[in-house]
Design a protein around this ligand. Sequence first.
Ligand SMILES: NC(=O)c1ccc[n+]([C@@H]2O[C@H](COP(=O)([O-])OP(=O)(O)OC[C@H]3O[C@@H](n4cnc5c(N)ncnc54)[C@H](OP(=O)(O)O)[C@@H]3O)[C@@H](O)[C@H]2O)c1
Length: 285
Amino acid sequence: MRKIWICGAKGQIGQAINEIIDKLEFKVLDTDIDDLDITDTDEVLRFGEMNRPDIIINCAGLTNIEECENDISKAYKVNALGARNLSIIARKLEAKLVHISTDDVFDGKSDQPYNEFDETRPQTAYGKSKLAGEQYVKEFTYKHFIIRSTWVYGLGNNFINDLLEKVNKGETLAIASDQFGSPTSAKELARFILHLIDTNEYGTYHATNKGVCSRYEFAHEILKLTGKEAQMKAVPTHLSDFSKVRPAYCVLDNFIMSMTPVYTFPSWKESLKEYFKERGLYNEK
Ligand SMILES: NC(=O)c1ccc[n+]([C@@H]2O[C@H](COP(=O)([O-])OP(=O)(O)OC[C@H]3O[C@@H](n4cnc5c(N)ncnc54)[C@H](OP(=O)(O)O)[C@@H]3O)[C@@H](O)[C@H]2O)c1
């Protein structure tokens, strides 16, 4: 039976993988910050040597953008050095490494979707530290899949939960109409990852649900599918309730996926509906 080590197993993507993985096919080793800090090089190497996974999935990260900005060395420690440590052990064990990255490696100033060959130019500490993590992965391993995604939602902290919390309190919403992206289901991403690890199609992938919307349109669809009502106004990013330091244009082109038919993502609206149905929150009128 193949062994998979999931780091950051309690996060949105880590939990989504755990929800759908076939435990008869894989022995799953879950760790998160309380069990094993990926920035502790010796511990990472020891855990790896002891358990000898065939596949390592790095879902761990410092994902709070404000926190990264306020503590730059912590951002690099987790997002870059943590990825380096997992890369070192993956190389040593000849394990496949899946590393999750982000659209924030780009500057967000384009008006065209970024593909895997476009030049990176991160603007934030989060984006810069994530890019440094990617570079370590490329430097230390060759059996790697670097997966960049955006606007991910699942179980945990995300835009949907923040928005519904405000709606349930009866607050008026101010949502950015000048931020664009592709809302991406953590579960769909998990399906893609589990599909990819059975292949030898190594390299960097952009992986998002199909279609593009503004943050405002995303919020509108959330209210529509959950049957909730709220006062909502469209505002520029700097006046919005959420995501004040997000890049304006977070749209990724799943270009490699379109050339090598490894996987096809459904539309963002389809996956969002599935998400609410599974959580018992679907109530479209
Ligand atoms: N969410 C998105 O929109 C999005 C988009 C693109 C890419 N990504 C990337 O995808 C990955 C997973 O995202 P996610 O949304 O699942 O993130 P998440 O929900 O924030 O989960 C990350 C997990 O990693 C843990 N962690 C933090 N520092 C750690 C450390 N030093 N050692 C071990 N575990 C640590 C966190 O614990 P604590 O919660 O206790 O800190 C958390 O459980 C991240 O690398 C992120 O950069 C996310």
